[in-house]
Structure formats: C-alpha cells, structure tokens
Design a protein around this ligand. Structure first.
Ligand code: FES
Length: 201
C-alpha cells in the first residue's frame, strides 16, 4: 500500500476522521466509497430496481401474467416503438421497480443506421432508455417520417439511427442505448446502458 492510499496514523485521542488535511482527505474518500457501496448493495438487494444486466431478456412493459420474453418479430417495422422492461429469466424478476429501466424498442432499416447505432442493434432492432435526458419525462412518440423520437415536455428530439443523438430541444445529451443480441430469435441484453439513464442534473 503506498502513501496516497494509506490511512494517516492517528494521534492518541484523535477521532477516526480528525482535523489534519491528510486524514480528512482519506476519510472523505472512505465515506464516498462507503456511500457508493451501500447504494450498490441496496440495488443488489432489490433486483427489480437493478439496471439491466447482460443476459436479461426483455418483456413488454404493459404485459400481465407470466412474463414472455420478446422476440425479434414482436418489434414492429411500422415505426411504433414498443415499451419494454428488462427481465431476469433465471429468477423470474421483471426489473420494473425503477422507471429508469423503461425502454423503447424500435426496428430501423439497418442500412440507414450510423455505426454508433448499428453496433448496439441486432437485425435493425435497437433499444433506448425511454426517459428523456432533459428533465426525465417519458418519451413515447416516434415520428417515423422524420426518424425522430420526441419528448413532448419541452420538445427535445433524438435521432435513433444516429445512436440517440439529440437534434433539437433542451436535452443536453443523447439517449442512452441498451446493447442487444439474440438467443435464437429472443432479444437479450448484451451489455449495460451506454450512458447513465435519466434526467441530467
Ligand atoms: S423532459 Fe424532455 S425535453 Fe424536457
């Protein structure tokens, strides 16, 4: 352990986080690490709130009864987005405990996709966070003619074929994508979100 990651020695009677600058720096780092660890532990203890994990399947967000993993053919090529949430088939957990897990599935023309989009899509099907990166409204609308996802709260627009790039409105960053792959014809999460979902604080 080198000097920078070693806790400074305490003097007799000093509290664990005392007044010396080195000690404070170490203690502050330790507290931040503890908080992050506690947050991860809390999410791990609530799998329905955990972010999508590699290997998760997807199910329709409004489905009732036994969860049925979505297949390629379930995503329409007619432009209407399909609202979905991740599903851990191993434990039967639908990860709908956080609205940050809401997803929009679209089927686009693979030939019209930029590499930033196609590398996370599978056979034209691509998944985006359904939560606007401005102030967190749900995005529900896709204008197929213009190829744009629309947020009606403050009219941000995002281009899915360009990897969710913002093209208009106050949203400060692109929509996160959720990389997909296939198991047979079943849609499977290949990796975590490409960036943090939700509003930009
Ligand atoms: S919340 Fe979407 S544009 Fe403001």
């Amino acid at each position: 352990m080198n000097r920078t990651d070693s806790p400074p020695e305490r003097l007799a009677g000093e509290p664990p986080c005392a007044t010396r600058r080195d000690t404070l720096r170490f203690c502050a780092g330790a507290l931040v690490g503890m908080a992050a660890g506690l947050g991860q532990t809390a999410i791990a203890a609530e799998p329905a709130r955990a972010r999508p994990q590699p290997g998760d399947r997807l199910v329709a967000a409004d489905a009732e009864g036994t969860p049925t993993p979505l297949r390629l053919a379930d995503v329409s090529a007619e432009g209407k987005p399909l609202m979905a949430v991740p599903f851990d088939a191993a434990t039967g957990t639908v990860r709908d405990g956080s609205r940050l897990n809401k997803l929009l599935l679209l089927r686009l023309d693979p030939a019209a996709m930029e590499p930033s989009a196609s590398k996370h899509a599978i056979e034209g099907v691509i998944a985006f966070s359904a939560v606007c990166t401005h102030q967190g409204c749900n995005i529900t609308e896709f204008n197929a003619e213009k190829g744009l996802l629309l947020c009606f709260c403050h009219f941000s627009q995002f281009r899915p074929a360009a990897g969710g790039e913002r093209v208009a409105g106050p949203a400060p960053r692109r929509l996160p994508m959720l990389p997909l792959k296939l198991d047979g014809d079943v849609l499977v999460v290949a990796d975590g979100f490409t960036s943090r979902p939700g509003a930009t604080l």
